[in-house]
Design a protein around this ligand. Structure first.
Ligand code: PRT
Ligand code: ZN
Length: 286
């Protein structure tokens, strides 16, 4: 049998584009025709299953898929035994409690004895228990935000990103109860040969993520300032220094996080650096 692992990704929705972009950035090529439920990569031993996100934790727990990409909210709500292998940094959102905007909110005890509509009964139930609040949880599968206006519940617990859905429905966010982002999950009992493929994939994901958070920076520096500039941008091992055609000047190349770059930009200029270029890095292996 061909040695290939299966990875479950969302078929279409808020996770799909970023999941597929990450896979492509890892150099994995596959054909993703519309409506396809399965696809095999042409240059990496992986097959993709395109599923609803709700089903991904279960499929990975059962071993139908070895890996999956899913939001932490779905993962925790489904409560399946899987490994969380890597936070992926996209599809960030929060799960929050919200109430009609005209209501006074005195604190979490507001919810004591109230009805709350949500698609996340487990996360909400655990949270209310931790806060020693007894409330009625109404599980509904969609359009949670309209529950208060139709008299189904006094409050809701739903995913919030920009907050505009709450606003449009006359609600205000009063408690953030859970933070979520996309994660790579894995089956707990993978054979060693599968783990070896997963390690290769994780190695590539790490290289892509490191590349994204770092920049390649080049600048012209008067030779008298080189030591000062090196202190400011130490780079991976140490910066590269190349002489410019003009006597007394060098080109200094280094790699640093974007934050580090902005923090040091004024001092770099004060040290005489000029012609500063900041270039994106596709992949980075340290
Ligand atoms: O069809 P399938 O079941 O696969 O998809 P789905 O409809 O269940 O999920 P989908 O594609 O909407 O979201 C997939 C995952 O993306 C979620 O599980 C979250 O982890 C993450 N995510 C990130 C979000 C949001 N941002 C988001 N804004 N999921 C949902 N929303 C919805 C939210 O439910 C609310 O209706 O967007 C609205 C709020 O957005 P704002 O910007 O108005 O606050
Ligand atoms: Zn879903």
């Amino acid at each position: 049998m061909e040695q290939i692992i299966r990875i479950a990704v969302q078929k279409s929705g808020r996770l799909s584009d970023d999941s597929l972009s990450l896979i492509k950035e890892c150099g994995i090529k596959f054909y993703n025709g519309t409506g396809k439920l399965k696809s095999t990569a042409t240059n990496f031993p992986v097959e993709f299953l395109f599923l609803r996100d709700d089903d991904i934790p279960g499929y990975v727990a059962d071993g139908v898929a070895d890996l999956g990409i899913v939001g932490e909210n779905e993962l925790v709500e489904k409560d399946k035994d899987v490994l969380t292998l890597k936070k992926l940094g996209f599809s960030k959102c929060r799960l929050s409690l919200a109430i009609p905007k005209g209501e006074e909110y005195p604190g979490i005890h507001y919810f004591q004895g109230k009805n709350i509509a949500t698609s996340y009964p487990k996360i909400l139930g655990d949270y209310l228990q931790s806060q020693q609040i007894k409330a009625e949880i109404h599980e509904i599968s969609g359009s949670v935000e309209i529950a208060p206006s139709i008299g189904l519940a006094e409050g809701i617990c739903d995913i919030v990103s920009s907050g505009s859905t709450l606003l449009m429905n006359g609600l205000k966010e009063v408690e953030e109860i859970f933070k979520s982002e996309a994660v790579l999950i894995g089956n707990q009992d993978m054979a060693d040969w599968k783990k070896a493929i997963v390690d290769k994939l994780l190695f590539r994901i790490n290289a892509v993520q490191k590349g994204k958070s770092n920049k390649y920076v080049l600048m012209n520096v008067p030779n008298s300032s080189i030591s000062r500039v090196i202190e400011l941008i130490p780079g991976m091992r140490s910066p590269t220094i190349l002489p410019l055609a003009q006597e007394g000047w060098s080109s200094v190349h280094s790699v640093l996080s974007e934050d580090q770059f902005w923090e040091n930009i004024e001092e770099l200029r004060a040290a005489g650096a000029e012609g500063i270029l900041v270039v994106p890095i596709e992949k980075m292996v340290i």
